[in-house]
Design a protein around this ligand. Structure first.
Ligand SMILES: Cc1cc2nc3c(=O)[nH]c(=O)nc-3n(C[C@H](O)[C@H](O)[C@H](O)COP(=O)(O)O)c2cc1C
Length: 191
C-alpha cells in the first residue's frame, strides 16, 4: 500500500481473527518505534510484547473497549480477541513530552503493522495497577497504554464532517466502524 492509502485505511480494529501476529511484524514495529523522533532524545519508552497465549488471555480483562458504544456492540467477543499486545512503558524520569513521545512511537507501530495487514487498537483505558502487577513492571515506571494487535475481522472507514457535527463513531449495518473526521477546510488555516 502507498503511504496515503495506509493512512486512509488504518482504522482502529476491535474484532480480530484468531491467528498469531508474526514475529517478523512485531520486530519491525518495535524497530520503527525505536527509531522515531523523541523530545530531547530522552528515549523514555520501554516495550513489553505480550504474545504467549496465557499472558494474552490475562491481559484481556484489563482494558475497556470503545467507550462510546455499549460493550455488546463495541467490544470483541470471546473468539474475536486480540492475539498480541505491545505495552508501552514510560520509564522513570520520562520528561514533560512523554505522552507526545508515546504517541509518535505508537503511531509508527500501528502503521508498520497495518502495512503488513495487521490491525491494531490503541488502548489508553487500561487498568494500570493490574497491568503493572501482571507484567512485573517496576513501580517507578508507568505502563501508559497497550496496543492491541491481530488480523482484522472487522473493517472501518471515515466520513468527513464539519466542525460542530456529531463526531461519535458508530457501526453501520454491516458492522463496520464509521469514524467521523473533521473536513480539511474547517481545521486548517493558511496564513
Ligand atoms: C491515545 C488513544 C487512546 C485510545 N484508547 C482507546 C481505548 O481505551 N479503547 C478503545 O476501544 N479505543 C481506544 N482508542 C481508539 C480511538 O477510540 C480511535 O482512535 C478513535 O475512535 C478514532 O478511530 P480510528 O482510530 O479508527 O480513526 C484510543 C486511541 C488513542 C489515540
Amino acid at each position: 500500500m502507498e503511504l496515503d492509502e495506509l493512512y486512509r485505511t488504518c482504522r482502529s480494529v476491535r474484532r480480530f481473527e484468531q491467528r498469531p501476529v508474526p514475529e517478523k511484524v512485531l520486530h519491525e514495529m518495535l524497530e520503527h518505534a525505536r527509531l522515531v523522533s523523541c523530545a530531547s532524545n530522552k528515549l523514555p519508552l520501554r516495550y513489553i510484547v505480550v504474545k504467549s497465549p496465557d499472558m494474552v488471555a490475562a491481559m484481556q480483562p484489563l482494558m475497556k473497549w470503545a467507550a462510546l458504544l455499549p460493550p455488546e456492540i463495541g467490544a470483541p467477543k470471546e473468539d474475536e480477541l486480540p492475539t498480541a499486545f505491545v505495552v508501552v512503558i514510560q520509564a522513570a524520569g520520562a520528561g514533560a513530552f512523554r505522552d507526545v513521545d508515546t504517541g509518535i512511537a505508537v503511531s509508527a507501530m500501528t502503521m508498520t503493522a497495518w502495512k503488513e495487514g495487521v490491525g491494531s487498537c490503541i488502548m489508553g483505558s487500561i487498568n494500570v495497577p493490574k497491568v503493572r502487577e501482571l507484567l512485573h513492571i517496576a513501580s517507578a515506571d508507568t505502563p501508559r497504554l497497550a496496543l492491541a494487535l491481530g488480523y482484522p475481522k472487522q473493517t472501518g472507514y471515515t466520513v468527513d464532517v464539519p466542525v460542530g457535527a456529531d463526531i461519535k463513531y458508530y457501526l453501520d449495518e454491516q458492522g463496520c466502524f464509521v469514524v467521523p473526521k473533521y473536513q480539511m477546510a474547517d481545521i486548517v488555516r493558511i496564513v
